[in-house]
Design a protein around this ligand. Sequence first.
Ligand SMILES: Cc1cc2nc3c(=O)[nH]c(=O)nc-3n(C[C@H](O)[C@H](O)[C@H](O)COP(=O)(O)OP(=O)(O)OC[C@H]3O[C@@H](n4cnc5c(N)ncnc54)[C@H](O)[C@@H]3O)c2cc1C
Length: 291
Amino acid sequence: MIDYEFIKARSLKEALDFLGNYEDVKAIAGGTDLIVDIRKENVRAKGFKYLLDISGLKELEFIEKERDRVVLGALLTHTSLIESPIIEQHFPLLASAAKTIGSPQIRNRGTIGGNINNASPAADLLPPLIALKAQVKLCSVKGERTMSLEEFLAGPYKTNRQSDELMTEVHIPLVSEDYLGNFQKIGRRKAMNIARLNLAILLGINDGTIFDPRVVPGAATAYPIRFGKVEEAISGKDIKDIDPVEIGELASEEMISFTGVRWSTPYKRVALASLVKRALESIFQEAKVDE
Ligand SMILES: Cc1cc2nc3c(=O)[nH]c(=O)nc-3n(C[C@H](O)[C@H](O)[C@H](O)COP(=O)(O)OP(=O)(O)OC[C@H]3O[C@@H](n4cnc5c(N)ncnc54)[C@H](O)[C@@H]3O)c2cc1C
């Protein structure tokens, strides 16, 4: 059994002071990842003495639209993301991903900060947030720093967060109406031996021509990253000249160039190609309707 002391932070300052003054502290937000790991005595949940409950910090539960970005508090639940008119209007890609998470109970407790910091290769918010070029803000008693989510992620279940830091905000730059996105997901979470995948694609489309494409599969590589070769292959092309089947196959090849051939490759090769095809077809359809 994992033994620990439970501490409840009453303010952000109190939480940061505690993280600054004590070693071996683990923050707990919704607990939907952490409690499962603690119960299973997963190695990821070992090596801490204090569980610092930050779930009551109301100051980290907000959504604010600024001139060129939207700022999200790290304690926003998936349900709050789904129900936010700001997210629905500006980042439907993020809302679509949040809608696929767990069950209503999990969406009511699980937070955006927890999803990011748990850094599961299959976390559903990571691909859309990377595609949206999200930045994360980390605070400690020593100060604060902001970095791109891509820089923050350091490996499967690994991040560049220091032990005295708390993630307080996620910043998403606003994109123009020329951008269209699509989120896809297959597989059951935690189903034994069944690989699963997700995918976020965000494309700028101007007069039928693609610009600034962002293609981010999840659970395809050690942790979600942009697929540069796929992006290069579609950038500057007219959507009429793109064969989604061909681009799907290219995505699978790019995945294998990162992972090599593994036990799951025969399944993931076909599945990823099909997700990419579906996402592109859906975006192209929407682009035609918008014309
Ligand atoms: C039944 C079930 C179904 C699920 N389905 C899905 C699914 O479909 N898709 C999906 O992506 N996930 C799923 N999850 C996983 C989980 O619900 C999400 O990842 C959720 O967003 C985690 O948020 P949380 O607040 O509960 O994190 P917690 O469990 O509280 O924390 C997770 C990790 O993040 C750290 N952390 C949390 N907040 C901060 C912060 N502000 N700063 C620094 N570190 C922090 C914690 O220390 C811990 O290491 C599921 C979980 C369960 C139990």
